[in-house]
Design a protein around this ligand. Structure first.
Ligand code: PEP
Ligand code: MN
Length: 337
């Protein structure tokens, strides 16, 4: 961290600041410049409150040169985190495919879909029970019943299940859920992050619609620093000026995050595109760019889907995507399991 100080700052004031920093076990080095003085701060600066330093009247500016996170940092933890979902893995060379409907709609829908997806060989079944919908008038999900139907599908097919939690008060209902999803809209719901971290279940953390990579990794840091290191990041596209697709898939974030962090990163091409026709090319590009997996919405009667029908691929289309992704994976040295 570099702190720029006014040229003729009183020694006493500088001592006050260096004293504060040394209490955080940081060392400092002062360099006199022509117009400004530069205080270099050496050590682990993630705990430094930049704002309180900026508030000092002799400070001109503060620049962070190291990452504000540490537990999810690849620099500090070079080894890939591998997430185990039953006997399947995501991360560290293992590529996972999570698939299922946007929403659990009925017993027959989820069971028949789960049976078909299990035959394709997917890693886990997804399905929303508590749906964070933009409009209060849209289908809100089956709630507790939806979770129970997912658990039933798990018992019948052996597939592990992933579903979104929107409120910590739902946790008791999620005992038999294998992976807890924290959706884009809740990425910075820090109290929820701390609560889900208390479980030992993997947390699928979606990127916020307008969140930077750093904010996303700091959200993951909340989960890990609260005691749960099993985090899967999920890029689902971000808001942009362009309305030709539902969101813009930030494919750049995949190699960027993989360089900054040792957590696995998967891609959700469905919410990024909003259009079933573009799910396959986005899925293939995600595999090629080094993602550790995919999360894809599937529905065999998309026009009857209670949510996100336009972006749902059929099981037949998913099977085709799955086969083609498998062909691409040798490029990145990953295997599907
Ligand atoms: C979902 O996966 O069903 C979902 C609501 O996604 P997101 O949080 O990315 O919008
Ligand atoms: Mn959806």
């Amino acid at each position: 961290m570099i702190i720029l100080l006014k040229k003729n700052t009183d020694d006493k004031k500088i001592k006050y600041l260096t004293g504060k920093l040394s209490a955080l076990r940081l060392t400092t080095k002062l360099t006199e410049g022509e117009n400004l003085n530069v205080l270099s701060v050496i050590g682990d600066t993630y705990g430094v409150d930049e704002e309180s330093i900026k508030a000092l009247d002799f400070v001109v500016g503060v620049k962070r040169v190291s990452e504000p996170f540490r537990l999810v940092s690849r620099k500090r933890n070079p080894k890939d985190v591998v997430i185990e979902i039953g006997d399947k893995k995501i991360g560290g060379g293992y590529f996972g495919v999570i698939a299922g409907p946007c929403s659990v709609e009925s017993e027959s829908q989820i069971i028949s879909l789960a049976e078909k997806l299990s035959k394709i060989g997917v890693t886990a079944l997804r399905g929303g029970a508590f749906k964070p919908r933009t409009s209060p008038y849209s289908f809100q999900g089956l709630g507790e019943v939806g979770v129970q139907l997912l658990v039933k599908a798990k018992k019948e097919t052996g597939l592990k299940i992933v579903t979104e939690i929107t409120d910590a008060r739902q946790l008791d209902l999620f005992t038999d859920v294998d992976v807890l999803q924290v959706g884009a809209r809740n990425m910075q719901n820090f109290e929820l992050l701390k609560e889900v971290a208390k479980t030992n279940k993997p947390i699928l953390l979606k990127r916020g619609l307008s969140s930077t990579v750093e904010e996303w990794l700091l959200a993951a840091e909340y989960v890990v620093s609260s005691g749960n290191k099993n985090v899967i990041l999920c890029e689902r596209g971000i808001k942009s000026f362009d309305s030709s697709s539902r969101a813009s898939l930030d494919i750049t974030s995949i190699p960027t995050v993989k360089e900054l962090s040792n957590l696995p990163v998967i891609v959700d091409p469905s919410h990024a595109s909003g259009n079933a026709k573009t799910v396959k090319p986005l899925a293939l590009s995600a595999a090629a760019v080094g993602a550790d997996g995919l999360m894809i919405e599937v529905h065999d009667e998309p026009s009857l889907a209670l949510s996100d029908g336009a972006q749902a691929v059929t099981t037949k289309e998913l099977s085709d995507i799955y086969k083609n992704v498998k062909k691409i994976l040798p490029i990145t040295g990953k295997t599907i399991n």
